[in-house]
Ligand binder design. Structure first.
Ligand SMILES: *Cc1c(COP(=O)(O)O)cnc(C)c1O
Length: 443
């Protein structure tokens, strides 16, 4: 009896302690910590998330949300996909990092897998997206000197206005966003910016300056800029012009790739095959393909640069690398993440549900002046709020949507991007459209 009481008392104390910890680390406290101890390089919505599963995330208080950002399309496979979790656990107990000073038993298998999956000869593995873009730029410049015969130091790469390719000094050197660029100079030279979705601008520059131009770097849909979808013919026309002028066509598919836009890659246009491309001659094949984000399903930073041998061979031992690039964890996780895209037919799901989503949003926009435009492809979509980019309307709408159980983030002031994990079902898409509709109607 006495022992029984003791154990009850013990358990009560334990519960009290847990409760104290819980209340101590309230959401507000954690937000305060970030405010107090973290650099203020982000401006998050005021929710503190502590769990994720599939299309859902939960905050510290246990409130459940649909995630309509998917970590900027890194969690296409859904949060904590059980197969990715299992691979991560298994590999973490075997071997995590050897560096490239030695071979490891996962890298070669992964390289064979990913090159066959996308139909390229070679891959160069990196970690973050920005690193992969830097890698592509380096390969492109070196190819320009050694293969195209551009005089050393003169190589130029064409980029597009309103691009987003990452945050390194070289990458922000060709950004047109004053926040991304301001006071980070001196800037890396060697880039020419043309307007996005403007084939004649590209054509003109290649005609006039083509001899010194090594590459054209482009997002097939501009994600961070607010989901700008170019005209249908834009990407194939650019690829043709590049081929004509012996200029490398470099596609940054870090956000648009891996099923997000309803095809395996956004450059595949309307093709629905979901791996081991069989139409490599008909779709717009980039000379260099850059992948990141969903390549790990959000479990680990994994990025990759793919190219054929005649391009990749310009990089020789000692000329480029990364301590973590190609580590066994990354390789194992990326293979599982790519298998899931195929096994769960996420390309097809994104394509089908994207149409459902845009149709519902367009119907809403037709009835409400607050939405001036709906655009996107697959499950990468955005609505433009009919208010100045300096207004807080889009932010306020996002805060209100979060209270109603849906997380999305405004970009460029008055644009709201909607990009749920691709494992979402049709029923869930409708439920989410109901939430968005309710919030918009109340505004
Ligand atoms: C996110 C993103 C990057 C940068 O990736 P990080 O992993 O954040 O360095 C580059 N290009 C595009 C198109 C992106 O969306």
């Amino acid at each position: 009896m006495c022992g029984h009481l003791k154990s009850i008392t013990f358990e009560l104390n334990l519960i009290k302690r847990i409760m104290a910890t819980l209340t101590d680390l309230s959401s507000q406290k954690l937000i305060d910590y970030e405010e107090r101890y973290g650099a203020h390089n982000y401006h998050p919505l005021p929710v503190v998330l502590s769990k994720g599963e599939g299309v859902f995330v939960w905050d510290l208080e246990g409130k459940k949300y649909y995630d309509f950002l998917s970590a900027y399309s890194a969690v296409n496979q859904g949060h904590c996909h059980p197969r990715i979790v299992q691979t991560t656990k298994d590999q973490a107990g075997e071997l995590t990092l050897t560096s490239r000073a030695f071979y490891n038993d996962k890298l070669g298998v992964y390289e064979k897998y990913i090159t066959e999956y996308f139909g390229f000869d070679k891959v160069l593995p990196m970690n973050s997206g920005a690193e992969a873009v830097e890698t592509a730029i380096k390969i492109c410049r070196k190819w320009g000197y050694e293969k195209k015969g551009i005089p050393n130091g003169a190589a130029k790469i064409i980029v597009c206005g309103h691009n987003f390719h990452g945050r390194t000094v070289t990458i922000i050197s060709f950004s047109s966003d004053p926040d991304a660029r301001g006071h980070f100079g001196p800037y890396t030279p060697g880039f020419i910016s043309i307007p996005y979705n403007d084939v004649s601008a590209l054509s003109e520059i290649l005609e006039n300056d083509g001899a010194d131009i090594a590459g054209f770097l482009v997002e097939p849909i501009q994600g961070e800029a607010g989901v700008f979808v170019p005209d249908d013919g834009f990407i194939p026309a650019c690829a043709d012009l590049c081929r004509k002028h012996n200029v490398l066509f470099i596609a940054d598919e870090i956000q648009t790739g891996l099923a997000r836009t309803g095809s395996l890659l956004a450059v595949c246009g309307d093709c629905t095959c979901d791996n081991k491309c069989e139409q490599q001659d008909t779709y717009t094949r980039p000379d260099i393909l850059i992948l990141g984000k969903a390549l790990s399903g959000g479990a680990y930073p994994v990025s990759a640069v793919l190219a054929n041998e005649h391009i990749m061979e310009v990089i020789k031992p000692g000329q480029h690398g990364s301590t973590f690039g190609g580590n066994p964890m990354a390789c194992a996780i990326a293979m599982t993440a790519l298998e899931i895209l195929h096994d769960e037919r996420l390309t097809q799901n994104a394509r089908k549900l994207g149409k459902v989503f845009r149709h519902r949003m367009q119907t809403l926009a037709d009835k409400h002046e607050l939405i001036s435009l709906v655009r996107g492809k697959g499950l990468l979509n955005a609505i433009v709020i009919n208010d100045s980019p300096d207004s807080s309307t889009a932010w306020d709408i996002c805060v209100e949507m979060s209270k109603n159980g849906l997380l999305a983030k405004p970009t460029h002031g008055n644009i709201i991007r909607f990009a749920p994990p691709l494992v979402i079902t049709e029923e869930q898409i409708h439920e989410c459209c109901d939430i968005i509709e309710k919030v918009i109607k109340e505004f």
